[in-house]
Design a protein around this ligand. Structure first.
Ligand code: SF4
Length: 191
């Protein structure tokens, strides 16, 4: 019988040469977090610091994400954090459609294993790849059900580095995730 696991997927990603990004990466970044995480965060792709460490969201945007999570009362160790593509696009350019398509099966397998109650999409690339919508603005503040998953979308924390006005919006969205999670549990239990 074929048994998949996050460790098996991470090992495959480590050896993956499916797309051009494998040539310029230092380390692939499969993602990190527990297999029973209730919330999954999905960004665009690893940046320079993530590429160096092989871990997701450990650079400047990661520091902001940590702050948003802490303020929302969400422990980073309890959520799974990953990206649409697992290897760094050169000069932080957005991944091409081909790169996204080739890498997507890894993400789909991670989501099938984790079965999160809520998936938070961070930025346009994640929204385009997972929801087929053009931008965060077109789905912002909406809980969207698709393929058996619940999606909430907000701006990428990196965008708040250059546009501080986005900080309060992202923070509010992440607080809202926690409330949606409680609401979903409540409605499922019927209590
Ligand atoms: S980005 Fe994804 S598909 Fe491309 S080499 Fe890395 S793991 Fe493989």
């Amino acid at each position: 019988m074929y048994l998949d696991s996050l460790a098996k997927i991470a090992e495959e990603i480590k050896n993956c040469k499916l797309c051009e990004l494998s040539k310029s990466r230092i380390n692939p970044v499969p993602g990190e977090g527990p297999e029973d995480a209730e919330i999954v965060f999905i960004g665009e792709g690893p940046g320079a610091e993530e590429d160096r460490q092989g871990k997701p969201f450990v650079g400047a945007a990661g520091k902001l994400l940590n702050e948003f999570l802490k303020n929302a009362g969400i422990q980073r160790a309890h959520v799974f954090i990953t990206n649409v593509v697992k290897c760094r696009p050169p000069r932080n350019r957005p991944p091409t459609d081909k790169e996204r398509d080739l890498c997507k099966p890894y993400l789909e397998r991670q989501l099938r294993l984790i079965k999160p109650k809520i998936i938070c999409l961070l930025g346009n690339t994640a929204v385009q790849t997972l929801l087929g919508k053009k931008s965060v603005s077109s789905v912002h503040k909406r809980l969207i059900e698709k393929n058996g998953f619940n999606f909430i979308s907000t701006y990428h924390p990196a965008a708040a580095i250059y546009n501080p006005k986005l900080k309060s919006i992202i923070q509010e969205d992440i607080v809202n995730i926690k409330m949606e999670l409680e609401r979903l549990k409540y409605s499922r239990d019927g209590t």
